[in-house]
Design a protein around this ligand. Structure first.
Ligand SMILES: Nc1ncnc2c1ncn2[C@@H]1O[C@H](COP(=O)(O)OP(=O)(O)OP(=O)(O)O)[C@@H](O)[C@H]1O
Ligand SMILES: [Mg+2]
Length: 265
């Protein structure tokens, strides 16, 4: 293990009964590195994050990781708690008192664009706001490794773009080791240091792309477009441009609607 803050998977197999989710997956994430995982639906991405977070054990192979916090694929805000208490939930679970957890969560509300919504319940927040509360909760868990499972999967295109920019800024302010699962190849190239492309189930690593581009990155940068097209070709898209536009909405079809609340984010 490189350090307490890295992630290391070696020849990991994981199945559920007859379903083989992951086969022979080896992956290293250095401390402070942002690695995106992209692959077709059902190829074992969420499974891989669960293994990194210690929520399951591999059938064979080894998983070693620093303490990791999971932002689950479905936003798991508790509907009866306010934004402030949802954000502070991980602190409460860790034994911090209610008042102290609220103070610590509130310190981030302005930077997270949540000021004025401290006492709003999730149903009264926009989709983007809910994602920011969920991300803040993950961040406040205080773990060196963040596992983000399609954090923007259910958002509309514009909100998604805003949130991508926002996440890049948040990680620049508070660097962490990040495993980011996304269906969106462009999102992966915009945010990650490396993009790991997975095969259809059973998921295995087919290629890793280094994204050696300065930040901030823009979606129409020539180098961003080139890398995106290359990733789509590896993933088996004949018309890479068209698939790039189709991949995310198709994948979103099964996700819960999270954007039905108040407009704006
Ligand atoms: N707890 C479970 N019990 C049984 N089967 C499971 C379980 N979790 C995942 N699977 C199966 O393992 C496979 C991989 O699932 P996983 O959720 O990891 O895929 P994914 O890549 O995250 O998919 P998506 O992109 O749709 O979120 C799927 O076939 C799924 O049905
Ligand atoms: Mg998943």
């Amino acid at each position: 293990m490189q350090s307490e803050a890295g992630v290391e998977l070696d020849a990991v197999d994981k199945g559920y009964g007859a379903v083989q989710a992951l086969r022979g997956v080896s992956l290293r994430v250095a401390p402070g590195e942002i690695v995106a995982l992209v692959g077709p639906s059902g190829c074992g991405k969420s499974t891989l994050l669960e293994l990194v977070c210690g929520l399951g054990a591999p059938d064979s192979g080894t998983v070693r990781a620093g303490a990791a916090a999971l932002m689950p694929q479905r936003d798991a805000l508790l509907p009866w708690l306010t934004a402030l208490d949802n954000a502070g939930l991980a602190l409460r679970v860790a034994g911090v008192g209610r008042a102290a957890a609220r103070v610590r969560a509130h310190e981030h509300f302005a930077a997270f664009g949540l000021e004025g919504f401290e006492h709003a319940r999730p149903a009264a927040l926009s989709g983007g706001m809910r994602q920011r509360v969920a991300f803040l909760r993950t961040l406040l868990a205080g773990r060196p490794v963040l596992c983000l499972d399609e954090p923007f999967g259910a958002l509309d295109a514009l909100t998604r773009l805003q949130m991508q920019r926002w996440l890049a800024g948040a990680l620049a302010r508070e660097p962490r080791t990040v495993l980011l699962v996304t269906h969106d190849v462009e999102e992966a190239v915009l945010l990650a240091d490396r993009v790991v492309l997975l095969s259809p189930r059973p998921g295995r690593v087919v290629e890793t792309l280094d994204v050696l581009l300065p930040r901030p990155r823009e979606r129409d940068d020539v180098a961003v477009v080139e890398l995106r097209e290359r990733a789509l070709r590896v993933l088996g898209a004949d018309d890479a441009g068209a698939l790039g536009r189709e991949l995310a909405p198709a994948a979103r079809a099964g996700a819960p609607a999270r954007d039905e609340a108040a407009p704006g984010s």
